[in-house]
Design a protein around this ligand. Sequence first.
Ligand code: SF4
Length: 379
Amino acid sequence: MVEIKRNSTRAVQIGAITIGFGHPIATQSMTATHTQDIVATLEQVNALHQAGAGIVRIAVDSKKDAAALQAIRAGTAANLAIDLQENYRLAVEVAPFVDKLRYNPGHLYHHEPTKPWQDKVKFIAEVAASNECALRVGVNCGSVDPAKKAKFSADDSVGPMLASAFEHCELLDTIGFTRYCVSLKDSDPMKVIDVNKRFAQSRPDVPLHLGVTEAGMPPDGIIKTRIAFEQLISRGIGDTVRVSLTVPNSRKPEEIAAAGAILADIAAGRVRSVVDYGLASLNIISCPSCSRVENEAFIDLASQVKQMTSYASQHKITIAVMGCRVNGPGETDDADLGLWCGPTHVNLKRRSRELGAFSYDAILPKLREELDRIILERA
Ligand code: SF4
């Protein structure tokens, strides 16, 4: 297990769980049924809860959806969250039956356009406080407040998202409502990494909900999300996560399974991209392996590398062991020493420089030689 130093975010209670402040990272998902179909929605809520979801979110777009919540609440022990879409005043009707309300700063201008957004947020926060609900300020790349967007250049999508999140946090803090978390989502994992890193740098106290929107169908959707989570969670960023997958209703619990698998892999150092855990010691990462592995010997090799290099544990060196020739060559570029496995040979690299291909029997002594060389050079 890798010792990941988590950001010291505040604790935020959401029903029976708490996120932030070092609590386990909670996985969550969202129902895709018609909320007014209480039987189908409850079935899905409970399936997600059973699969391990710490929070289950339900879409509420109308008063009729809101009315269905009472029966849904009565039929499940899951911690429930809802999305307030354009009508922020629906908060009053839903808050008694859920544990968390999510609002999107980019949607607040739709209703009562002349009313300042600050008054609307105060209203939501008051409703949340009197119903023991947490809040999520959910900023989405596709629906940033147009007034905020207008202040940034057209090619800067991250700037308006950050500015919007910061000003909402500031307002909530000012009115004394601190039971909130923030999400900053985009469909591009690289932007998700960038915007969340920058947010966490300025507000390391605010718990973050991580996710890649419209990630798509498995396995691609899982891979995209994994790329973002690996880079953020390894640096201690992220307190709750959602993997959004395009799957039929009956397969929704796969989102929870995928999130759990990604979190477990990151904690074990099984990653697809080169990750800096911020350690002052040897960092050995190996990919989680998939159907692209062409030689099963890769699995043994990954653990042999760990054993053989233990003598260098006090050195801040990253070694990456990747299972295939599809992703291996590119993904090892950022490692001090990279190994990627082909059908009969293992390729050794020092950062982007290729050092040669060696048989599975010959690779370990060669790796040791190169590792010793780096240690000597840095002495
Ligand atoms: S590096 Fe290759 S084998 Fe490993 S998980 Fe990625 S695609 Fe699969």
